[in-house]
Design a protein around this ligand. Sequence first.
Ligand SMILES: O=C(CO)COP(=O)(O)O
Length: 126
Amino acid sequence: MTRVALIAHDEKKDDLVDFAREHAAQLAEYDLIATGTTGGRLNEETNLDVDPQASGPLGGDLMIGAEVARDRLDGIVFLRDPLRAQPHEPDISALLRICDVHDTALATNLASATFLIEGLADQERQ
Ligand SMILES: O=C(CO)COP(=O)(O)O
């Protein structure tokens, strides 16, 4: 089953909830995980069933990175806040790096998230 992780920094959480609602029919077909607060919001504000990991600053990015390291994720949408420093920047860098190591699809803004989600749908049709 296709497995996707959804993550957003605080200033981007509204955007991710909107994105998830927009693509709900497709995302509902996937096994979804998320960092803690993001996952909580998605579970409350959409009809999706998301498995929340720890909150980002408490290790959630690293937990998702571990899934990437095991090749257990097909894609990650990670809406980062490019305008504010995060206290757990090293964890974020580790997640981005391990996606490159494992060649795992990673979208860090809405425009690329749309391509990622459309690309996964295309892959399934093949
Ligand atoms: O900080 C995050 C990603 O780096 C997101 O974590 P939360 O979803 O727990 O807010």
